[in-house]
Design a protein around this ligand. Structure first.
Ligand SMILES: Nc1ncnc2c1ncn2[C@@H]1O[C@H](COP(=O)(O)OP(=O)(O)OP(=O)(O)O)[C@@H](O)[C@H]1O
Ligand SMILES: [Mg+2]
Length: 257
């Protein structure tokens, strides 16, 4: 059964989508079968995977969430991204933006995504979910669906506060709803070469299990444009080596548990 990892933080722009695609690429490079899930109505993960969200209207995570009678086959919604079939994506589109209104009144409204993914979790080794920057019903669904949570953070004061709050909400959700998930660690991204960045990185190292430290680099941003993450385009780049460490940590943790 697949292990599900979510990449989250309610703060925007702190590298969640970039971390999701790079860690997924690293896991798939090792031969594991990985499904990426785009749970953000902005569809950034869908776009940086080289897809046009509109092309998958009616056949994506949003459609599955609206498909209350279960008529839509999830297999029809999954798009393979490489030839050996180790990396695929369940895309989404903007219609999920209504989620808080549409899904809140449903019974079991926190486990809608978990129940969708249950149908295919025997077909994958890892499911990596890109979360949206909010703490609404979709984010709670992501937490409920996860075995592991990875916090994504930039070394800035606001991001630090955002991460503290995110962790508080996760602990509360776990104790209130008894989710069987674990906060695994953090990825610090866009680390600049200045003292502020260095100081906050040190603070984070003291407080959290830091899985990787990714420098601020144009090589990482380029992946957004050509749909090929740095982990594939430049495997020897420092960012790729750091993302590789995250994949190793995930494999070490999940092989024993
Ligand atoms: N290490 C890095 N160096 C430079 N730019 C980066 C790096 N990591 C991510 N970026 C860029 O920062 C921007 C935000 O990254 P990303 O979209 O991954 O964040 P996010 O947390 O998913 O954002 P959102 O909250 O909107 O979903 C993107 O333009 C991305 O290319
Ligand atoms: Mg994103």
């Amino acid at each position: 059964m697949a292990k599900t990892i979510i990449f989250g933080n309610q703060k925007g722009g702190c590298g969640k989508s970039t971390d999701t695609i790079n860690v997924s690429a690293q896991l798939s490079k090792r031969g594991y079968k990985v499904l990426m899930v785009d749970s953000d109505p902005q569809a950034s993960l869908t776009i940086i995977s080289g897809l046009v969200p509109e092309d998958y209207e009616g056949q994506n995570l949003a459609s599955l969430l609206y498909d209350t009678d279960g008529a839509l086959d999830i297999h029809k919604c999954i798009v393979p991204l490489n030839e050996d079939g180790t990396l695929s994506i369940l895309p989404t589109d903007i219609t999920m933006a209504n989620g808080d209104l549409e899904f809140v009144s449903r019974p079991g409204n926190d486990r809608l995504i978990k129940n969708i993914l249950k149908k295919i979790d025997k077909e994958y080794d890892y499911i990596c979910i890109d979360c949206l920057p909010s703490l609404g019903i979709i984010s709670i669904n992501d937490i409920a669906a996860s075995d592991y949570i990875i916090g994504c953070v930039e070394p800035g004061y606001q991001a630090l506060k955002g991460l503290e709050y995110y962790c508080k909400v996760i602990s509360r959700a776990i104790s209130l709803y008894e989710y069987d998930t674990k906060f695994f660690g953090i990825i610090i991204t866009k680390i600049a070469r200045n003292n502020d960045s260095k100081d906050i990185t040190e603070l984070l190292e003291n407080e959290y299990n830091v899985l990787a430290e990714i420098p601020n680099s144009v090589e990482v941003t380029k992946g957004e444009i050509d749909g090929i993450p740095v982990s594939i385009r430049k495997p020897a780049h420092i960012s790729s080596l750091e993302y590789s460490k995250v994949a190793d940590a995930i494999i070490a943790e999940t092989t024993n548990n």
